[in-house]
Write a protein that binds this ligand. Sequence first.
Ligand SMILES: Nc1ncnc2c1ncn2[C@@H]1O[C@H](COP(=O)(O)OP(=O)(O)OP(=O)(O)O)[C@@H](O)[C@H]1O
Length: 617
Amino acid sequence: MSNTTTGSTHEFQAEVKQVLDIVIHSLYTDREIFIRELVSNAADALEKMRLTQLTENDVFGAELPLEIHITTDETEGTLTISDHGIGMTRAELVENLGTIAHSGSKAFAAALKNAGKSGDASVIGQFGVGFYSAFMVADYVKVYTHSWRQDGEHLVWESTGTGTYSIDEAPDQVRGCKIVIKLKEDALEFCRPDRVKAILAKYSNFVSFPIQLNAERVNTVEAIWLKSKDEVTEEQYKAFYQFTAHAFDEPSYRLHFQADAPLVINALLFLPEQNMESFGMGQMEPGVGLYCKKVLIDPRPKKLLPEWMRFVRGVIDSEDLPLNISRESMQDSALVRKLGEVVTKRLLKFLDKEAQDDGKKFQEFYAKFSRFFKEGVATDFLNRDAIAKLLRFDSSLTGEGEVIGLADYVARMKEEQKAIYYQVAPSRKTIETGPYLEAFKSKGYEVLYLYEPIDEYVVNSLREFDGKPLQAVNSNEVDLGDLANEGESLSEGDTETLCGWLKDSLASGVEEVRSGKRLVNSPALAITPDGEMTPQMRQMMRAMKPDEVEAPKVILEINPRHEIVKKLSVLSQSDGESAQLIAEQVLDNALLSAGLLDDPQRIVARTEKIMERLLAK
Ligand SMILES: Nc1ncnc2c1ncn2[C@@H]1O[C@H](COP(=O)(O)OP(=O)(O)OP(=O)(O)O)[C@@H](O)[C@H]1O
């Protein structure tokens, strides 16, 4: 919120100051986009007005046409953009043009600042600074406005973009906004009618309201999603995406399709290049507008596509929708639900094909948007399997820069292999230096590497893929059959005695001690008993409620061929105290590898004792 300083003067929110500073001092290329931003804001305000008029009878200036007027004045060096949209009240002016609405505005400003330092205007461009972009070209900006509300005031907002703005009364202002830009000396090109006309030509046809430039109509309203693909150029697609999505990047993927059954659908969907949520700007709003025969029903319908698809942009138009459907009833409409389902399925199928045709491109895209797909698997029951096909992972068989999908994993599974194996751990190194991988490697089974906490939810929600269960390498369910282990083993009798002794000696830390077939080079490993929390879940619980999570009880699998185990068997009979220390250390090493050691400090004291004993000999 801004602070009122003197009279009508207000201070910009700190983040806005930062944004303006960058806009004014670091942005020199692509300055023309400010026109697109302001026209797009005007179109949004008109769209809101159209919707308001459907339900409100008492509208200020009800007779005013829903149009955009742009005028150039070369003598004064000004460009003026007016609309008869919803306008703004005094409070709305302060809120909308004095603060940044994004929930993560601090992070947003910080990211923008970094981009500014690098001097790379294209990076800055990706953020989108909306209204504030006018200050790239303006000495000052005046916004004359009156809200659609009868009790609104006639106002003018004014600023040079440096620190403060003022709000004063402006008699006679009609409903909507009139934005007057006094152009900087080096930006006078933007008051030349031919220049402005050329800029408007790129996207003005996407605006569903008439645009007049110096009293001459410049656009024919055109719904490019209703056209067939060969009638639309690459340039038009890109311009449409940037205009409707308020985006600055190029779309990564585009799906334009028409369907007649089960519903009549014309859809034009875009997947962006940049994931704006990754810049700390909070959760995105859904971005696919719902239309019926070119008429916008809802620009951001919440229940049309599943929530995880909120990064998708574009338009869905269906003539099967009743034109008078209200936004409220839309949310519950079976027809809208069906429409969303059809489009979602189509988009998932499209992505799967794209991923197969150009894996590299998909991998780059996936690297930025993986969060959404993972969220999809965890929350979108209806489409779970189709989304799962798009997941990509590192694995024990992928090389540098490579990833693998579940379908390819299954295709290269060994004939007798029973499950899809994975390990959740912070890094490749943790997994490859840990004890679990050995057995799978010796069988030639691939193991997927899952690095993020959310992956745990993903595999738990999915449970299986293509009929094959997903199993954690440290789960008790894993059955690798007989492993051809080399080396002499403890006798069965000695192993049994040792297991019994270990169970008694380590009582509080183990649920069971058994001889394992899976180990090759390690003395022991910790397995999560059935029904127990996985180590990652446990860590998350501990982070939230440190006092409520009990010490873990694991199944300790020992390797009867390992020297430490063989010698421990002898030592347990001759020197109980030393054997106890070693047994505890074997368990702690196994817990450490499993990510289950809550108190690593205890290792220090124990290893010191072990060293003392060794040195005393
Ligand atoms: N012509 C206008 N009429 C009414 N309100 C407007 C107009 N222009 C801007 N606003 C208000 O000011 C707000 C801020 O505009 P701005 O362009 O900075 O961001 P935005 O349009 O919300 O976001 P973005 O441009 O990134 O999509 C808008 O959300 C809107 O509420």
